[in-house]
Design a protein around this ligand. Structure first.
Ligand code: NAP
Length: 476
């Protein structure tokens, strides 16, 4: 059994009690983690505040070098981190189309290096005989990071590295379901960073750790990735000291397949962007709209791929899809499938749990559903996809946009220019053409409507960890 402590002010900190972390492939605990509470948040915020003045004034080149060092440390521990990610998330080591723990750790390394190389140059707005006006980007202070269970390490990196790069100090709270790889990352980082720059507080289910961070007067910004419902609670709690917020929330992304697509050629790609990580990715394709002229053919192709997919323990190298991450999520998927059945959904494959230990659910594809069913209207966050028939392009764009969410969307066509013009009519933060969910460290990513506030990645993401200070120097 692995034991995981908190890390505050550079010191490992235990708690009076611990909570178990379950391997979703077996249903058994593999780690015991310190059950922190609001008093640990207070201590972590105090450590981060103490470290902030020196860290924010550290030479830019030194901060950059330390972050590259962190990227190298992640790389040196890649196999260990991959195993921890697989054990706690169930995600396969390799995974469907290469989307697995290897990609999570590899992505974490890439994001760290790319973000370390970003700059925050001084902008000169005026420089004449009268005055010089400069715009400086200043760190905000202490950033609180709250992460979910689907991509725990990568999302921790997405939060922590730009926050540190801009000169902030950080307190991170991982999901109680998946704190282990994040704790190891924080440990590795603390061998490089000065004490107090990056602190970890872990809390059991229902603990006051997350809520006390959201309302803490010593935290200047919360970066949160998780469900829309929790995002709203955090926004309300953050009002006390007008915290800055980046909220990356739920998505129910539509993909629209135009009639000029060859179903056979596109099916494997569509299956991958929908089912990787068992659909437990915010920007997975979650509603597939297919033109009536190719509907049956594409349904059949997708069902064939689903039936051939290797589902199993993620530690086995051939596994493409692992278990659903937790029992509650599995029950949600089952309830959504039952609703689809009750509304006349045609199950092309799957539709049930796999017997035996672990939280396994067969990849499931449901045809002949429309809006008004839970599977179409809600984010299932599991291995189940509705395929919805449409006839008219204006009508289908309106249907895709008729959602409180707006994270991503995609158009699939053999005419990319036409698809791009249609894609720009989608109400979402990112549009992909003949692709879905592919993010990269230099392109902004975020949601509109109830999918979030702000963006992450690249220069646009980095400035969200800063405030503007205008400097006006009179010359005359
Ligand atoms: P969640 O239930 O909202 O939990 C996310 C985090 O918030 C966890 O660390 C959780 O702690 C914490 N938390 C819960 N209640 C809190 C409160 N009142 N105040 C402060 N923190 C609180 O989300 P999840 O189920 O882990 O993640 C799945 C969701 O994340 C999906 O909707 C998915 O679409 C979304 N997501 C979005 C993106 C994006 O970039 N837009 C990326 C990935 C995931 P505990 O675990 O301890 O309860």
């Amino acid at each position: 059994m692995k034991n995981v402590s908190m890390l505050i002010g550079g010191q490992a900190v235990a708690a009076p009690s611990t909570f178990p972390v379950i391997n979703p492939a077996t249903g058994e605990a593999f780690a015991q983690v310190a059950a922190g509470n609001a008093s640990h948040v207070d201590a972590a915020v105090a450590a981060a505040r103490k470290a902030f003045p020196a860290w924010s004034r550290t030479a830019d080149s030194e901060r950059k070098a330390m972050l590259h060092g962190l990227g190298a440390a992640l790389e040196a521990h890649m196999p260990e981190l991959m195993e921890l990610v697989t054990l706690e998330t169930g995600k396969p080591l390799n995974g469907l189309n290469g989307v697995g723990a290897g990609m999570e750790v590899g992505g974490s390394i890439a994001w760290t290096h790319v973000t370390a190389d970003l700059e925050l140059p001084v902008e000169v707005l005026q420089d004449n005989a009268e005055a010089r006006v400069e715009v400086h980007r200043k760190p905000l202070g202490v950033v609180g990071s709250i992460t979910p269970w689907n991509w725990p390490l990568m999302i921790a990196i997405w939060h922590v590295i730009p926050a540190l790069r801009a000169g902030n100090t950080v307190v991170i709270k991982p999901s109680e379901l998946t704190p282990v790889a994040t704790a190891r990352f924080v440990e590795l980082a603390n061998a490089i960073l000065p004490p107090g720059v990056l602190n970890l507080v872990t809390g059991a289910a229902g603990s006051d750790v997350g809520p006390s961070m959201a309302s803490h007067p010593g935290i200047d910004k919360i970066v949160f990735t998780g469900s829309t419902i929790t995002g709203k609670k955090i926004m309300a709690s953050a009002a006390g000291n007008l915290k800055r917020l980046t909220l990356e929330l739920g998505g129910n992304d539509a993909g629209i397949v135009l009639p000029d697509v060859d179903p056979k050629a596109v099916a494997a790609k569509l299956f991958g962007v929908t089912f990787h990580n068992n659909g437990q990715t915010c920007a997975c394709l979650k509603r597939l709209y297919v033109h009536e002229s190719i509907y049956e053919e594409l349904c059949a192709e997708l069902a064939k791929i689903a039936q051939a997919t290797v589902v199993g323990d993620g530690l086995q190298p051939e596994t493409q899809l692992g278990p659903v991450q937790n029992a509650m999520q599995l029950e949600k998927v089952e309830a959504i499938a039952a609703d689809a059945r009750a509304r006349g959904g045609r199950f092309l494959c799957g539709g049930k749990r796999r017997p035996g230990p672990g939280y396994f659910y067969e990849p499931t594809i449901v045809a002949d559903l429309a809006e008004g069913s839970r599977l179409v209207d809600e984010e299932p966050f599991g291995p189940i996809l509705p395929i919805i028939k449409y006839a008219d392009i204006d009508e289908v764009i309106a249907r895709a946009n008729n959602s409180p969410n707006g994270l991503g969307g995609s158009i699939w066509s053999s005419d990319p220019a036409r698809a791009a013009a249609l894609g720009l009519r989608l109400e979402c933060g990112t549009v992909w053409i003949n692709e879905h969910g592919a993010v990269q460290p230099d392109a902004p990513f975020g949601g509109v409507k109830q999918s979030g506030i702000g963006v992450e990645f690249g220069q646009h993401g980095l400035v969200e960890y800063t405030s503007i200070q205008t400097l006006k120097i009179m010359k005359a």
